[in-house]
Design a binder for this molecule. Structure first.
Ligand SMILES: *Cc1c(COP(=O)(O)O)cnc(C)c1O
Length: 443
């Protein structure tokens, strides 16, 4: 076992006994949320003080453990920027939206987002251990009056029971690991009773905000509901402490595969060299970098946005330069509910009917000769082809390739291109436009 070390503590916590510091309930009940409290740990800037004293700001709360990672003298500290609000949060920007991913539109029952063919996102609480300033769900997260209740939960379970194409349930929120242990276990066991649910996933920043919550007892409970996967959320190497490493070790040892999701944030982690260190440190604690997200177009996060090109530059600096295991997918979550779209540098440079031209990370350009004769497996005798899962309405580009569909076109396309009367055209154009341009209303 790794030797437990006493974590870095801000001076005001020097006298807190270890039993308290290492107790997650103490950490939760001693969170900081006002200018007055936070000023005792950091010297607040004018911008931070203004934001903290603004009514109606997205909720602020920071665990003593996490705030202790901040260098109090550095106003640009990467941990500080993630959790201490600044006045720029109050600024609007072009294309800003409340629900930029159109999750509410994809919810068949409250708190359940069914966007993809075989998996759902289940929002099980609105509460977190600390609140990220760039939260994509700030429209619901943090508000104690908006927690999901038992009735919602029963409706979610009912929907899942009667929707057999769902084989993967992703628990998020809010943070599922701040739920009372009994409630979390009830939720997991109810999901496990549904035979078609193959895997359960948890997305949680608790291990980062409050690694002491990841007790052996919690790990043993989670392990009863395998196969269970878990993604943590680390943005910067300073968040990888011995405590986080130990928490991840406990989860790995009970067989939970760990991944990491980061958000690309200006001034926090928009540096290729820092990203390389981050992903290498993650693999050392057996956490596989999964996604690096482009910042969503959500209220309050304008000052965190980077050009998409920054993400491509980061992937360029990782692929080939370090272990493939350490390279995340860079994802743009398309506004308006388009979902997650991977974006990466171009490696395929050109092609002819018998050759493709590729380049590697070093700029070495090579040709790959395609086989002159390709004898494919026989779909008619292939059991997998014959028994493929239907994806009603969502077969997409694969559906075009397989010949299930011949084209994908925007709604109103046929009417628009009909050589009918002008009246028709004008009427249909009005119908077509909002969908073609994007149906979420920018503020
Ligand atoms: C992110 C997300 C998922 C999971 O996506 P993966 O690419 O499978 O990790 C599922 N549903 C919704 C609504 C999501 O936003």
């Amino acid at each position: 076992m790794p030797t437990p070390i006493i974590s870095k503590r801000a001076p005001i916590y020097a006298d807190v006994p270890n039993e308290k510091w290492n107790d997650w309930r103490w950490q939760l009940s001693h969170r900081l949320n006002s200018a007055e409290d936070i000023d005792k740990v950091l010297t607040l800037t004018e911008s931070e003080r203004t934001a903290l004293n603004t009514q109606g700001l997205f909720r602020v709360d920071v665990t003593p453990y996490f705030i202790s990672l901040i260098d109090p003298e550095d106003p640009n500290d990467p941990v500080r920027k993630q959790i201490i609000p600044v006045s720029e949060e109050l600024n609007a920007f072009t294309s800003m939206m409340e629900d930029s991913l159109a999750e509410d539109r994809h919810s068949p029952v409250p708190g359940l987002v069914h966007r993809y063919p075989d998996r759902v996102l289940m929002l099980v609480t609105t509460q977190c251990a600390s609140y990220c300033r760039y939260c994509t769900r700030s429209r619901i997260v943090g508000d104690p009056g908006q927690t999901f209740n038992r009735q919602d939960f029963e409706m979610q379970i009912e929907y899942l029971k009667r929707t057999p194409q769902v084989r993967d349930v992703l628990l998020s929120g809010g943070d599922p690991l701040v739920l009372a242990p009994k409630i979390l276990e009830e939720l997991l066991s109810r999901l496990r009773e549904i035979p078609h649910i193959e895997i359960i996933r948890i997305g949680s920043r608790v291990p980062v905000f409050m690694p002491m919550r990841v007790t052996q007892e919690l790990c043993d409970m989670l392990a009863k509901y395998h196969p269970l996967w878990l993604n943590i959320h680390v943005n910067h190497p300073v968040e990888i402490t011995q405590e986080l490493a130990d928490a991840c070790d406990r989860m790995s040892r009970v067989g939970i595969p760990l991944g990491n999701q980061s958000v690309l944030l200006a001034g926090v982690n928009d540096c290729v060299h820092m990203q390389r260190e981050l992903v290498q440190k993650l693999t050392r604690i057996r956490v596989r970098p999964y996604y690096l997200y482009q910042c969503d177009l959500v209220e309050g996060s304008g000052h965190f946005r980077t050009p998409v090109a920054k993400g491509i530059e980061i992937i360029e600096a990782l692929r080939g330069h370090t272990s493939g295991y350490a390279v995340p997918q860079f994802i743009v979550d398309a506004p308006g509910g388009g979902g997650k779209i991977p974006v990466m540098p171009n490696y395929l440079m050109s092609m002819s009917d018998h050759k493709i031209i590729v380049r590697n990370y070093e700029g070495y350009i090579s040709s790959y000769e395609e086989p002159s004769e390709y004898k494919s497996h026989d779909p008619k005798t292939c059991a997998f082809c014959q028994n493929k899962r239907p994806e009603p309405g969502q077969s997409g580009i694969t559906g075009l390739l397989e010949g299930d569909n011949m084209f994908i076109k925007p709604e109103g396309f046929d009417a628009l291109h009909e050589r009918g009367g002008l009246q028709h055209r004008l009427k249909d154009e009005a119908k077509w436009k909002p969908l073609g341009i994007g149906s979420s209303e920018p503020k």
